[in-house]
Each structure stands twice: as C-alpha cells, then as structure tokens.
Design a protein around this ligand. Sequence first.
Ligand code: LMR
Length: 405
Amino acid sequence: MNTLKNTAQSFFNHVEPAPPDAILGLNEAFKNDPNPEKINLTVGVYQDENGVTPVLDCIRAAEKRLIEQEKSKSYLGIQGSPEYASSVQNLIFGKEHPVVTQARAATVQTPGGTGGLRIAGDFIKRQFDQARVWMSSPTWANHPAIFAASGLVTKSYTYLDADKTGLDFAGMKESLSESRPGDVLLLHGCCHNPTGVDFSVDQWSELAEWVRSRELLPLVDCAYQGFHKGLKEDVAGVLALCDAGLEVMVCSSFSKNLGLYGERVGAMTVVAQDRSAADAILSHVKSCIRVNYSNPPRHGAALATIVLNDAEFSRRWQDELSAIRSRIKQVRSLLVSEMNSRTEVDFSFIERQNGMFSFSGLTPVQVDQLRNEYSIYIVGGGRINVAGINTRNIGRLCDSIAAVL
Ligand code: LMR
C-alpha cells in the first residue's frame, strides 16, 4: 500500500502530514502562540524564576577549560569516550561498588537518554527477540514508540492508584502477573515521568526480589538523577537491583542534571555477572550504535567528564543542583497553597510528588481549554512541568485552572 509511486510526476505529493509529537509538538505550538501572557508547562526542561533555562556555572567553567585544552575534534570510538563511560559508572554506582571494581558493567555514550533507550531496544531485540517490554501506565510519551521502533512488543502495567495521585504497588504486581520470564521491565529510577510518583526504598528492595522470582530483566530509565533528593539518594533503586545480584540495564542522561539538553549527553549501561559477559555485550551494543549514528557527539560528554572529575567543579555542580531542587520544592508548595486558596479541590498531592513533573489531575478537556482559552500549555494527560511556574505567572495560572475546574 505504501509503494513508491510517481504517477503524478511526484513521489512526495501524496505524503500526508504526521501528527505532532505529544510533548515537543506542544512546545512548538507554544512558541507560535502570540499571546504575551502564555505559559509553557510542557517539555521537561528546567526553568529558573525568570523562565530561563540556564547554562550551569560548572558547565561554563568546564567549557572554558575544554576550549583551552581540546586537541582534536576527530571521531570518538563507536562506544564514545572511555573516560566519560567510567565517570557515568562512578556517578551511578559509586567508585567502590562491586559493579565498578569488578568491571561488570558495559557503558556506552549515547546521544541523550533517548539515544540510550533506542540502543537498549535494538540490543534487546537482537538478543532476545521474543522479549516484551513492560512499561508503567502512564509512562513518558516517547517510551512505547522507541521500543516499538526497535521492533519490540510493548505492554503496560498499572502504576497509579484510583485517585491518580499515588502509587498502586499491589496493582502493579497484579498486572505484571501476565509477564513471561525473559520479559523486560521498564522502571523509572526516580522522578517518574509523567507522574512524579516514585517507589520507596523498601519498595525497590521488594521489587528486586520480585523481579528475580519472575525472571524479568529490569531496564531503568534514570533521566533525573539529582532532581529529587540528591545524586546518591536518587539511585537507591538502581543500587537495590544491583545489590540483589540482578543483571540490570540503565539508561541515563545529563540533559537535566547538568542542563546539557541540546548537547545530547546520555549513556546506556548493562550490568552483567562478570567482566567477560560485559565485554561480549559491549561488542554487540557497538554494532547497534554503528548502524544508528556511527559514534556519539563529543562536546557535551567532554564537558560532563570535566565536571565529574574535578573536585571544585563537582562541588559547584552539587550546589547548583541543590538550588534547582529547592526551587522546585518551593514552587510545589506555592502551587498547593495558591490552588487551595481558590478551590475546594485538594491539591496537596503535588507536594508529595517528586522532580520536575506532576500529574495535575486535569482532564483532557480542561487541558484543551487551558491551551485554547488561556494560552497555558500542559501535556495531554495532565502532566505539568512544575519548573515552568514562577512568581510572575502563578497567579494567572491558578486563576485559569480554577476557572476550568
Ligand atoms: C519530557 O518528557 O518532556 C522530556 O523528557 C523531553 C522529551 O524529549 O520529551
């Protein structure tokens, strides 16, 4: 049906426009909206009180050093920079963790966390053709499409309770009773996207045992390390899985925590049982990369490597990240008090959710109304980027939400 045809002297005239992307499409619509009071709560990009997505000071300093010291812009190896890979492992597992000291993990540098997920999908498809990828309902809008693009079957598991504000852990396990040994379980390391609802440390440990008993392969999307409690605290889930002796895949990103969004700096790590398994895995992952983008971009990863390996830059980074966390928490509290002063609906759950996103409880009709009548842009399922709120727009935002409730 989609054969190439040039009957009207054109191959392309019959091509219909594709629907806009669920998140980035809205961001484009926001940019085109002429309303000077428009508010953008769509794409997961941190904004400061002035609505600016800043270049972190630690990155500016690293960039200065890189410019002075960089010797070449030649290609990196297929898997990226080895120093970067080792920095990623140290950050996720800690330098002294057996996964690192026993060289049991293979890490490749990828173009953002999305690139890591796609390479993970391609690797899984090549090695475990029949594996199905189970993801939370809801999950990041791009997850199902990424794994489907790798040719994998995707399934969803229950995640939220009836109010859609907290976790339904029992319901999750119940819906996963249909999983088969060898299926992949996609988990969010912290700051679940789109809900902000996470597992407790105890639940991660329980999950580790449960995953083992069901013979599932955990794949952790770790895009927000440092956005909830701190860099160490936010990988407690990944470590619980590793400490239980499980093999794990981790996709990570410096888009958010180093503000390197457009530099596309991510990684895909496979934790195996020993070094020789990790080496064999790496050889296959490299062949997945070679046919996708050949080798990764070098600039952003070089910046991340400098920051992670310089004590002074790392300290600055921790301070800047801590300021980001504090601002997000303050905005959450302010949003709850502003909404509670305007409506009977209880918004206190927003303070219990973590990271950049909250599930607002707004219906698709209300979300549409906010966009069409008030130029307030929120992702379809009701996800709001809390970091897009500031003291100048919160009044108009809360008045408008109260008006559509
Ligand atoms: C988001 O969820 O908004 C971010 O992860 C950015 C994206 O690519 O969708």
